[in-house]
Ligand binder design. Structure first.
Ligand code: SAH
Ligand code: SF4
Length: 326
């Protein structure tokens, strides 16, 4: 606005349209003069996303498949509970890391998302939630397609926009990672208290390496050193994700090993029975084994929740909707 010789209150007007009103185009900013709107529109874009498909689960979960400008497709998921609405965002189209149980991993890597493509998922999903349910998004989790810490520059930019622009509290934003050590250390040096969730899935090197190739590059001891540094610098409880796969990583002895690994850290463990995906012969652990695993962790003083898979009827496992659409 300054460069255009506009009065300074225009900046505040525009900020309100873009962040408070969540405008998708400058044409919506009707308090700005028409010429200014079209000048902004010809020079900048607010990256409106086009829904290629909207899937609604019987349990209330809504999944958007967004078509990007170059035809790539990514997903975001709205997960309502009685007390809060969580939005799950994608950080990459596809993923290069190849975890065996993950639908996104099976596409391989397509391309990085830009900061604006990540932030636009928040804006457009929040608009949907407001118009359909008159609800606001409470929590944002980077648990959709892709590995956020493998797209650091854009993810940092999107955090600036979500937190500094849209005003989502840092403690309401969680970044989930497969365990990329440099990215964890970089995130630890930001001043905000973003939540960190680490996808563990096994407390043992060989087993983890079988499920998640990244274990060979950043093995558990190195990963836990970085996690401890994050906890020390940011003073936040660390979340661990552990997907329970029938007969693979669900023995109660592994729960004991897991508790040892996390010793001294303030943690929260989410146990998620596997969401089965096509082409892969892995099954979720049966409920009694899930309960035994949770019990073994709790008996060792580890705070643990069992997550019921949401939206099974709409292909809710990350990347699954796109897999089906292709
Ligand atoms: N790349 C990041 C974030 C996206 S995946 C990461 O791996 O953490 C978000 C979570 O979904 C991860 O914990 C991942 O392990 C888990 N996940 C992937 N496929 C799954 C499936 N089929 N069933 C259950 N959880 C799955
Ligand atoms: Fe990538 Fe995460 Fe899927 Fe692994 S679980 S392939 S890191 S998106």
């Amino acid at each position: 606005m300054e460069a255009r010789g506009e009065p300074s209150y225009r900046t505040e007007q525009l900020r309100r349209w873009v962040f408070d009103r969540k405008a998708r185009s400058f044409d919506e900013a009707t308090t700005l003069p028409k010429e200014l709107r079209s000048a902004l529109g010809s020079e900048f874009s607010l990256t409106p996303l086009e829904p290629a498909h909207i899937a609604r689960s019987r349990d209330g979960t809504v999944k958007h498949l967004w078509r990007l400008e170059d035809g790539e497709q990514i997903e975001s998921v709205l997960i309502p509970t009685s007390d809060r609405l969580t939005l799950c965002l994608s950080s990459q189209a596809g993923c290069a890391l190849g975890c065996v149980f993950c639908a996104t991993g099976h596409f391989g890597f397509r391309r990085q998302l830009s900061a604006s493509e990540i932030a636009a998922q928040y804006r457009d999903a929040a608009r949907f939630a407001r118009s359909e349910w008159t609800r606001a998004v409470d929590n944002v989790v980077f648990m959709g397609m892709g590995e956020p810490l493998a797209n650091l520059e854009a993810v940092h930019g999107s955090l600036d926009v979500l937190h500094g622009g849209f005003g989502v509290g840092a403690r309401r934003i969680t970044i989930s990672t497969v365990g990329l050590v440099p990215g964890i250390l970089e995130l630890a040096r930001r001043p905000e208290q973003f939540g960190l969730a680490v996808s563990l899935h096994a407390p043992d090197h060989d087993l983890r390496a079988r499920l998640m190739p990244i274990e060979r590059r950043y093995p558990l001891p190195e990963l836990f050193e970085a996690i401890r540094e994050y906890a020390r610098l940011r003073g936040r409880r660390i979340t661990f994700e552990y997907t329970l796969i029938d007969g693979v990583n669900d023995a109660t002895a592994l729960a004991g090993q897991l508790a040892l690994l996390m010793r001294g850290l303030s943690v929260f463990v989410n146990l998620i029975p596997l969401n089965p995906i096509p082409y892969v012969d892995l099954r979720p652990s049966p409920p009694e084994r899930v309960a035994a695993f949770a019990g073994a962790l709790r008996a060792r003083g580890v705070e643990t929740a069992v997550r019921t898979p949401r939206g099974r009827d709409i292909a809710a496992a990350c990347g699954q909707l796109r897999l089906e659409s292709e």
